[in-house]
Design a protein around this ligand. Structure first.
Ligand SMILES: C[S@@+](CC[C@H](N)C(=O)[O-])C[C@H]1O[C@@H](n2cnc3c(N)ncnc32)[C@H](O)[C@@H]1O
Length: 265
């Protein structure tokens, strides 16, 4: 499997802490453990993507590993920024293409308002901004340390912005957003039903949400049906879709939630 190479990011200066020697030794030990967990997670994910038998066991194991891989959020987002995000460039470009195609098919590609939920280091926001030059894109994440990385992509004209906030309490008005997108964040949401209810609230009539999550750690159909009901939606309102494309895409599923139909407005 080949992944596109990416330049290594330098740590944002505001995140540096100036640790003493013993603290850095401890950090090296922890990062060795994280690298091993990361490798195990990648191997299990890839194996599970191609193996039917034992799928439930692999899924449980992958969820367990995922919960233990540090560095997804506070206080060590640099692990995610350095180890994970650089491998996902192809996915972000793929998702950016999907976002552009969806908006174009709805006649909403001009000056669209897009929100990336759980934007992490902001790579997807950047990829979308390259496909849709006049879109306004807000990356929302509850991790200030992730946003230290993401803010490198913010623009002075406010077209690309990053905000600290909870996906379950979005700082946007009702029916104010053309598109909500998210990658690899759903399975981290503490109360996914609250987030889906928020998405339904902020989407404009005719808008859409595309939520991508790793197949192996995300919710099953029955779990999603329960989440939809708790969000005050019909289970059928959250569609589960295959992600088409290359090898990397096979590891993901996409959930789709449509805004109200325009006639209902
Ligand atoms: C695995 S990272 C994915 C980051 C990015 N979307 C990507 O694809 O590289 C998951 C992100 O979701 C964020 N997150 C998890 N729960 C959240 C919530 N309730 N509200 C906002 N952000 C959340 C975490 O802080 C983290 O940055």
């Amino acid at each position: 499997m080949r992944f596109p190479g990416r330049r290594r990011h330098s740590t944002p200066t505001t995140a540096s802490t100036g640790l003493a020697d013993s603290a850095s030794a401890g950090r090296i030990q922890r990062s060795g453990k994280r690298s091993r967990l990361f490798s195990a997670f990648v191997i299990v994910s890839v194996a599970a993507a191609f193996t039917r038998p034992g799928r439930t066991t692999t899924r449980v194991l992958a969820r367990w590993l995922d919960a233990r891989v540090g560095g997804f959020a506070e206080p060590e987002s640099s692990v995610y920024a350095r180890l994970f995000a650089p491998f996902l460039g192809r996915l972000y470009r793929r998702v950016a293409d999907d976002v552009a195609a969806e908006l174009t098919s709805r006649g909403r590609q001009r000056k669209a308002m897009i929100v990336d939920l759980g934007c992490g280091t902001g790579e997807l926001v950047l990829a979308i901004s390259r496909r849709l030059r006049d879109a306004r894109i807000v990356g929302l994440d509850h991790s200030p340390s992730m946003l230290l990385w993401a803010n490198r992509h913010a623009t002075t004209d406010g077209r690309l912005r990053f905000m600290t906030g909870d996906a379950a309490v979005m700082p946007f008005g009702d029916e104010s957003v053309d598109m909500v997108v998210s990658t690899l964040s759903l399975h981290h949401w503490e109360e996914p039903a609250n987030v889906f209810a928020e998405i339904a609230r902020v989407l404009q009539p005719g808008g859409v949400a595309l939520i991508y999550d790793p197949k192996l750690v995300t919710f099953t159909d029955s779990e999603m049906a329960e989440i939809a009901r708790n969000a005050g939606l019909e289970p059928s309102e959250i569609g589960r879709e295959r992600v088409r494309g290359g090898l990397l895409s096979r590891l993901f599923v996409r959930f789709r939630l449509e805004g109200l139909s325009e006639e209902q407005d």
